[in-house]
Design a protein around this ligand. Structure first.
Ligand code: NAD
Length: 386
């Protein structure tokens, strides 16, 4: 039994926001984490409102993340925040992450890791210097059937991987939604808050992370066509990328926000010498496996034939659906276990180390650079920019 629960603070997630609530609900799922404080908005009054909604101690709903880190640091160990969750727009990832690491707090940050690759490299340097835990919520790799896909490939069941198609189509930006002031569209469409890219950073990085996690391969070269298809938009809303992997496999990664009618249609297909597999987020509890020499199989979580990794990441008996909260929760459970092990002076079990890290975050930023360089430069194929 671990010594104590781990204390979480959050930056972002204020009134009307999207992902903050998902972080909180996921973090609380397994009873290992207390939610103790937050700086929920750049407006201190709004931060107080959100603190109230979560029934936090009013003195711990702070006016800024700087104040939160300064005040939490003064509290005794066990009472103060142990890790900071970052759920702000992209331009407010680096500042809180850096300050947290410099003051001894572990970090769970949303993606894309930072606003620029230089910032991402600096965070890698700080994580290596401090040895603190740093997770990035590419949470789609937390689904049990994504774990199952990874384990099948790792065990060689599909043979050598030859082709990978990882796609993230959405339709919600099919019109110039940012011009209406819609909060989530407004900052994503603004280069000052989003970064160099919108669709490539917001969802392209997820498609890359999914492809590399499931296959265990790394993208080495890209040939990209990046577009802005809605008039008046300042950043990309569609991108189609041919990719080469380090084992010679070929692939396609695409991300689109103008694929009208699509929801969060994240999907991956992988083909090896002996068979293929297919997983789509809208049906997250089914992994389709396609064989060269026998009929298609459907694999679902909670069954005895699933891999140990999928079982470790499954909470319910077969047939009770698991979803996005549980996938995020698998990251939080592993982060909490790693921090608890540190408190107890123990090495974490191998399965608890299975979460996206600052290095995955950096690859996301390098992916953005690579595809933009390919799309705008004169060369057809370019090396992945490490
Ligand atoms: P949002 O606009 O809904 O929420 C952002 C929140 O941050 C708001 O409450 C805003 O007031 C707050 N904020 C802004 N500046 C702040 C500051 N200086 N201090 C404190 N709070 C501040 O945005 P969202 O859609 O929830 O996205 C937030 C982040 O999460 C983005 O980086 C996005 O890319 C990422 N995201 C990740 C996933 C995923 O699947 N992992 C899904 C959606 C969004």
């Amino acid at each position: 039994m671990p010594a104590r629960k781990i204390n979480m603070g959050m930056v972002g997630g204020g009134p009307g926001s999207f992902i903050g609530r998902i972080h909180v609900n996921s973090a609380l799922l397994d009873g290992q984490i207390n939610f103790v404080c937050g700086a929920f908005s750049s407006d201190p009054a709004k931060s107080k409102i959100t603190g109230k909604e979560y029934y936090l101690d009013p003195s711990r709903a702070y006016g800024s993340y700087q104040e939160m880190i300064e005040k939490e640091k003064e509290l005794p160990e066990g009472e103060r925040m142990d890790f900071l969750c970052i759920a702000t727009p992209n331009h407010v990832h680096y500042g809180p992450a850096r300050l947290a690491l410099e003051n001894g707090f572990h970090v769970v940050s949303d993606k894309p890791l930072t606003y620029s690759t230089e910032e991402a490299k600096d965070l890698v340097r700080l994580v290596e210097k401090t040895g603190l835990v740093f997770a990035v919520t590419h949470a789609y790799t937390g689904y049990p059937m994504v774990k199952e896909a990874r384990e099948m490939i790792r065990a060689g069941k599909l043979g050598k991987i030859r082709k990978v198609v990882s796609e993230y189509p959405q339709g919600w930006l099919s019109t110039l939604l940012e011009a209406t002031g819609q909060t989530q569209a407004a900052w994503r469409g603004d280069p000052a808050r989003s970064g160099k890219a919108n669709s490539m950073g917001d969802i392209g990085t997820h498609a890359l992370n999914l492809a590399e996690y499931v296959t265990g391969l790394k993208v080495t070269e890209v040939c990209a066509d990046i577009s802005t298809l809605v008039e008046g938009r300042k950043l990309d809303d569609d991108g189609n990328i041919l990719v080469h992997f380090d084992n010679g496999a070929r692939g396609i990664i695409y991300a689109s926000q103008i694929s009208a009618g699509e929801e969060n249609g994240l999907k991956i297909r992988v083909y090896g010498e002996k068979g293929g597999l297919e997983w789509i987020q809208v049906e997250p509890n089914t992994l389709i496996v396609k064989w060269l020499d026998r009929p298609i199989e459907l694999i679902r979580p909670g069954n005895p034939w699933c891999s140990e990794l999928a079982k470790y990441n499954t909470r319910f008996p077969a047939g009770h659906p698991e979803g996005l909260i549980e996938a995020f929760g698998n990251i939080y459970r592993n982060v909490a276990t790693c921090i608890q092990c540190r408190l107890e002076g123990k090495e974490p079990p191998a399965e608890a180390l299975d979460f996206p890290t600052v290095y995955d975050g950096l690859r996301g930023m390098q992916f953005i650079d690579s595809v933009l360089a390919s799309a705008t430069g004169g060369q057809k194929w370019i090396r992945f920019q490490e």
